[in-house]
Design a protein around this ligand. Structure first.
Ligand SMILES: [Zn+2]
Length: 232
């Protein structure tokens, strides 16, 4: 989980939210929401959220494939806070699993990646997100992020990046002992692997915070050696 800057709400949604909140007692919020789910405005809202979260789930940072669909998560559940049901600032881009584990639960301590900085409260150790304080604890429990059945894809990503880092550092070690090894072929191999690593750190990549917390130092080391090699 990492911090995300909120973008602007679709104007039509802002207007809808205003209308409803002028007289909220007159509305059955669940009915209003289920009407909304089949509209173009819902599609536009989801697209705006996708843009904001770079296509990753706000909470577990998974990406979506043919078998998984993004959902709008009400950070403050609409059953407890009907007044925020159509408030864009209360909406996050979520995978089905995070949305399902969270359901109608809410806690004041819960970390919202579009307001708080999750990295101040939680940090990855391997594929497990660990808490640094009570807010981290509450958040991890509520989203079920470390449940074993949700770690498979994360483990794959972790191993792929670890292997690439190992390949690069081994090649770099060889070069530093014998600089003549640094030919065009080796340079191309390094460039390809380093580009992949760079991409994995980008927040539009799946599980980028896990990659960052585990491999930040390795990546800095690789960058510093590459800089030295460029001057040769
Ligand atoms: Zn998720």
């Amino acid at each position: 989980m990492h911090k995300v800057e909120r973008n602007e709400a679709p104007q039509e949604l802002v207007e809808k939210n205003n209308i409803i909140n002028q007289n909220i007692d007159n509305y059955d919020i669940n009915k209003e929401w289920s009407k909304f789910t089949s509209t173009d405005l819902k599609k536009e809202t989801l697209n705006r959220l996708k843009e904001m979260f770079k296509g990753c789930c706000a909470y577990c940072e998974s990406k979506f494939d043919d078998n998984s669909y993004p959902q709008i998560d009400h950070f403050k559940p609409k059953s407890l806070f009907p007044e925020f049901c159509f408030d864009y600032n209360n909406m996050n881009y979520s995978c089905e699993k995070c949305n399902m584990y969270k359901r109608d639960k809410y806690d004041e301590m819960l970390i919202n990646p579009s307001c708080d900085n999750p990295e101040e409260h939680m940090r990855f150790k391997g594929v497990y997100l660990t808490s640094l304080d009570e807010r981290g604890n509450v958040t991890l429990d509520l989203f079920g992020i470390n449940l074993e059945d949700r770690l498979e894809k994360k483990k794959e990503k972790y191993n792929t990046i670890r292997e690439k880092i190992e390949t690069i550092t081994n090649v770099l070690k060889e070069i530093t002992t014998n600089v003549n090894c640094f030919n065009e072929q080796v340079k191309t191999l390094l460039d390809i692997n380093i580009k992949d690593i760079e991409k994995a750190f980008d927040i539009s990549s799946e599980y980028s915070t896990m990659v960052k917390h585990n491999f930040e130092n390795d990546y800095k080391y690789i960058q510093s050696i590459m800089k030295k090699l460029e001057t040769l």
